[in-house]
Design a protein around this ligand. Structure first.
Ligand SMILES: Cc1cc2nc3c(=O)[nH]c(=O)nc-3n(C[C@H](O)[C@H](O)[C@H](O)COP(=O)(O)OP(=O)(O)OC[C@H]3O[C@@H](n4cnc5c(N)ncnc54)[C@H](O)[C@@H]3O)c2cc1C
Length: 453
């Protein structure tokens, strides 16, 4: 402890339980664990010194950014040093020639977006937790979000990384070269590694053009199949399409009650899709033309001004918050091929109530990627059984048990539903190579084994 205080300063080693508490429980309230202490380094040198000291002492570390992850990967399993990256917030100058920027791992997505937009550019990833989720966390989880359709997930934005390995060594590749085939791509390896291979300290990021002409449509449809018909029409006829999100009648009721929102349409409908187009010239006419020619549309409302767009997005973006306000949910984030999507959605509620009769299932997600967020409230002591039933159903639909949130602690027991034994073994060998003592995020991502899973 004394050594850590000497590295970061006594005020940045939090030992008092009240000071540790906000770091020890995750955003959902479902995952919680005690840390030996919380350490808040200010720069890469301090991170390297802290990790090096822990390595020498054989002390495990749990890495935390904004603590908005939904699978328990950033909270302690019990007794680790919790390494918070929140003070590594530096944002470098915008490189206009390359359309890139270097960002500290602990800066929030929102600050990065503001920084890029002030220079007439934008960042390709966006998600509802933008005010707290950090650059390092987004990389470590390979976050997706609402613009994957247009720009891909976080790994598609990463051109370089600086990171601290488990023994305290700093590896840095921040040149951001568009072409550089000189061996293993460590930055890409760290995307989605969930803090198990290294601590990300800086990230070189690709930026995208700032598209200020935006139109959002909230579309009522008869169900999941109609939503897919609408998606096909939108992809076909709207080159400026940048988001396609789905939610259902029960989710809308929950959101409206929680946030006091007005009904979007005179009648209720089974399902709703939010479409967003972004371009340099106003895409509203194209959106209206597509909607009027699409049989799947039961009703629609369109907004192109900022306030109107935010009003329509709120029906979708308030889901996570409204669900959390209704209880501690079992949250599962899955994806299946689009052809399997309607069948999955149809079977999910009964699959849940078969094992947890009192539970209710609220679904919403990123329809373009067949990505459904499955939220189960009132599962009581049946959380494991619910996870098992849902993830087994997803595997039977040729899907992934984690579409974008990662495996964390929550889904470790089910990793083999998505990855073969040979793949898990290969992952273990990579882990053993970079972190032979298993000190980084033990219990996260990999099932127990050697080194410490
Ligand atoms: C309201 C809400 C909406 C969300 N919407 C989406 C969405 O649309 N798409 C999506 O993908 N996710 C979404 N999420 C989940 C979450 O925001 C993302 O997983 C995000 O990337 C986590 O970032 P964070 O900084 O909070 O990471 P944390 O929660 O702190 O950590 C997440 C994981 O990354 C590791 N980690 C964190 N920082 C580092 C680092 N510097 N180096 C190495 N490892 C690190 C942690 O150990 C942990 O395993 C949402 C969450 C909320 C609360």
């Amino acid at each position: 402890m004394k050594e850590l205080q000497e590295i970061v300063g006594a005020s940045h080693v939090l030992v008092d339980p009240d000071l540790r508490a906000p770091y020890e429980t995750d955003w959902t309230g479902r995952f919680t664990g005690r840390a030996a202490c919380v350490v808040r380094p200010a720069n890469t040198g301090e991170v390297a010194a802290v990790v090096g000291a822990c390595a020498k002492a054989g002390t495990p570390i749990v890495v935390q950014g904004g603590n908005t992850g939904l699978v328990g990967g950033a909270v302690p399993g019990g007794g680790e040093v919790l390494l918070s990256l929140a003070r590594l917030r530096d944002l470098g100058p915008i490189d206009r020639l390359e359309s890139q920027v270097t960002a500290g791992a602990g800066g929030t997505l929102e600050k990065l977006q503001e920084h890029a937009r002030a220079a007439g550019l934008d960042f390709g990833v966006d998600l509802a937790a933008r005010s707290a989720a950090t650059v390092g966390g987004l990389v470590a989880t390979n976050a997706g979000g609402i613009r994957v359709l247009r720009y891909g997930s976080m790994r598609n934005q990463v051109t370089g990384i600086e990171a601290v390995l488990a023994d305290g060594t700093v590896v840095s590749r921040l040149t951001g070269l568009a072409k550089d085939n000189t061996g293993y791509d460590l930055p890409q390896l760290l995307c989605g590694s969930e803090g198990t291979l290294a601590v990300v300290t800086k990230v070189r990021l690709r930026l995208v053009p700032l598209l200020t002409a935006r139109t959002v449509a909230l579309v009522a449809v008869a169900g999941t199949e109609a939503a897919l018909d609408l998606l096909a029409a939108a992809r076909d006829r709207l080159p400026a399409l940048s988001a396609a999100e789905i939610f259902y009648a029960d989710g809308l009721s929950l959101v409206r009650a929680h946030a006091g929102l007005a009904a979007p349409f005179p009648d209720d409908h089974p399902a709703y899709v939010v479409l967003e187009c972004a371009a340099r010239v106003d895409p509203t006419d194209d959106v209206l033309e597509m909607l009027s020619g699409c049989d799947a549309v039961a009703d629609a409302t369109v907004a192109s001004d900022a306030a109107g767009r935010a009003r329509l997005w709120a029906y979708r973006e308030t889901h996570t918050e409204a669900i959390n306000a209704a209880g501690v949910p079992v949250k599962l984030d899955v994806s299946v091929p689009l052809a399997e999507f309607p069948s999955l959605v149809a079977r999910l509620p009964a699959t849940v109530t078969d094992v947890a009769p009192a539970a209710r299932t609220v679904l919403f997600g990123h329809v373009n990627e067949g990505n459904m967020h499955v939220n189960v409230l009132d599962a009581g002591d049946r959380a494991e059984a619910v996870s098992d039933a849902v993830l087994t159903l997803v595997a039977a639909h040729r899907g992934s048990i984690s579409s974008e949130h990662g495996v964390g602690r929550a889904k470790v027991p089910w990793l083999a539903l998505s990855r073969s034994a040979a793949e898990i073994d290969a992952m273990r060998r990579i882990k053993a190579g970079l972190d032979p003592a298993g000190l980084l995020n033990p219990g996260v991502l990999l099932p127990p084994g050697s080194p410490r899973g």
